[in-house]
Design a binder for this molecule. Sequence first.
Ligand SMILES: NC(=O)c1ccc[n+]([C@@H]2O[C@H](COP(=O)([O-])OP(=O)(O)OC[C@H]3O[C@@H](n4cnc5c(N)ncnc54)[C@H](OP(=O)(O)O)[C@@H]3O)[C@@H](O)[C@H]2O)c1
Length: 176
Amino acid sequence: MTTYYYTASSLDGFIATADHSLDWLIKQDFDENGPMAYPEFVRGVGALAMGSSTYEWVMRNENGVWGYKQPTWVFTHRALQTPDGAAVHLTHGDVRDVHASMTAAADGKDLWIIGGGDLAGQFADAGLLDEVWVQYAPVTLGSGAPLLPRDLDLELIDLARNRAFLCGRYRVLRAE
Ligand SMILES: NC(=O)c1ccc[n+]([C@@H]2O[C@H](COP(=O)([O-])OP(=O)(O)OC[C@H]3O[C@@H](n4cnc5c(N)ncnc54)[C@H](OP(=O)(O)O)[C@@H]3O)[C@@H](O)[C@H]2O)c1
């Protein structure tokens, strides 16, 4: 079981603009059947975690229709509305406890921290983040939501080009 942070980023390390737009990303050319693409990645994933900005973006952009099949933990201090019938758990619990619940729910499959960057960092702080996959779009944003605002060492273990994107797969190195 591996805990991933799989995301797309601008070249200058932002995963959304300051006003949470992903227009710069959605317009890019990407082969869904190409290397390091989402459909193959998500097949191995059994549980998800995201912060509330990411959750609210998903809800806005999918018109309230919840597209994820996997049980999902949404980190928030607020009483957000959740989609009917979906396995969406709101939490402000310790990431270690949430990780244990995700692991149990995932039934041997992998875990995906969708974002944002600080939430992925919270899992890394607890020694619970194994890999970071980044699809770098050919754009700079200058400011926005940060990719992974931590001081971490990572090892590049795979790379690929997927049309417009430079894709890197990194292992998080932990202090011995
Ligand atoms: N480029 C991509 O592929 C990609 C991937 C993922 C996300 N995104 C986008 O990137 C942006 C990320 O936004 P963001 O940086 O604000 O991050 P976020 O993690 O989506 O949301 C941050 C919020 O989550 C809540 N939260 C975080 N940690 C918590 C904890 N331990 N306990 C309780 N609540 C916690 C807090 O909000 P409350 O006020 O609710 O407590 C916090 O302000 C979004 O626009 C998203 O759509 C892009």
